[in-house]
Design a protein around this ligand. Sequence first.
Ligand code: TZD
Ligand code: CA
Length: 525
Amino acid sequence: MPSVRRIAHAFLERQGLTTVFGNPGSNELPFLSGLPDGFRYVLGLHEGAVVGMADGYAQASGRPALVSLHSAAGSGNALGALTNAVAARTPLVVLAGQQARPAIGPEAYLTNVDAPALMRPLVCWAAEPACARDVPRALAQAVFEARLRRGPAFLSVPYDDWTADADENAPAVLERRVERAGAPGAEQGRRLAGAVAAARRPALVLGGDIDADGLFHDAVRLAERLGGPVWAAPSVFRLPFPNRHPLFRGVLPAGIEPACRALAGHDLVLVLGAPVFRYHEHLPGRYLPEGTRLIQVTEDVSAAARAPVGEALVADPAAVTRLLLTALGTPDTPVHGYRPVPAPAGTRGPRLHPEEVFAALREEQPADTAYVVESTSTNSSWWRQMDLRRPGSYYFPAAGGLGFGLPGAVGVALARPGRPVVGVIGDGSANYGITALWTAARLRVPLTVVLLRNGTYGALHWFGGLLGVPDAPGLDLPGLDFTRIAEGYGVPARQIGGVAELRAALSEPVDGPRLLQVDTALTTP
Ligand SMILES: Cc1ncc(Cn2c(C)c(CCOP(=O)(O)OP(=O)(O)O)sc2=O)c(N)n1
Ligand SMILES: [Ca+2]
């Protein structure tokens, strides 16, 4: 009989999971041995960077990604990055090594004492097979759980399982297909279309799933058919709609009371592909204005069940969007007149205003550039200056867990080799995923990193004021020089003086990773 490893490799190959993002330990070597031709191992120097790269890769490719982590400490290092993947609903298959079966009970060195418990609740499914013969089936379950539940699934495998003989049923795993159909029933569809058609002042709130599911252009057609305002759901991590479209009103405020105020006057709020809502600053009040009906459409059962208000239909947003476009008819003429971009705010000192940096990106970068942003005090400046009109144009850490930016940018660039990719990273955020620069250099990933150095955790200064604690310590970052740090990881880097120098640098051809450090003024989010 073939070995468990042989069946596992064959199954992963059948499922297209041939790029392994990993950082190895002794427990993982038996799985990694004998990887078939066509497999690619992308080494990250810290498990946070490994998962961040896999997250960016899976989001940009639209397919699950495979992760190989070391047991215990290695899996623990990945938890921060997994907060973003679980919030983004990114399908990741996370394999972790484990001590040999007889050594687990006595808790030998490098034992992951209760491996599945360590990873919950940051994965949608976690297990350690009860015996070597169950590994092929459990691996298949991990793949199908990740893909169908849309999140990271975790499997811990003792290292002596991989060389064990598979049993006579194992080859049948290779033939398994598990699919999901998520269209609403006829009556559900009629009810929803009737509610939308009857609305006098409908509003749309769109979530990251709209971009993840390829619905960016359908959302525009639906919005133009409804004719009402469109918001991106709070704590936006993917752009679901062109941000200068005349119907676009920006990101819905991430506070209960301001969000309610923004929705005032609308008799129906249709939420597609988002939780209701992922609030951030706690600003209590009514969830919805008097007389406003909210209907949420998501395939995330938990997001539907935990929402504090409104009705929910658990269904595929793509099927629902198509159903509504069919029932309501698509608009005859597309809307014109995208909103013009205001002149960027400037500064009179040596530091650039973030808006000047973003205006330079808008004007110098190709229109199909994909941006991976992780700078938390510059969001308002970003949306004032950018004009993004394509799917897959914007990625942000979905749970606000810093450390996604740099690795995620590397992952996006690996997934979309023909598309320009720019990481816009704060000098605070950069430190959490900095080792991704080494992988970018080794793989010569075409990537521009614009490092915004304002010498501080800018957003926390703002939050301190909001929370009435302006005197908190630990918010300033003097003396960091990412040009030298990047060079140390093998990435060419330079300090940028003014806007003209930035524009000139951005217009140069990109044939590998590069980092441009810009000193910026502190702004409010
Ligand atoms: C893993 C992790 N650690 C700490 C934080 C807390 N945090 C921190 C430390 C922020 C400051 C980020 O600083 P930056 O330089 O990247 O960006 P700005 O200066 O523009 O705010 S924003 C924020 O929520 C976090 N979100 N995630
Ligand atoms: Ca900063």
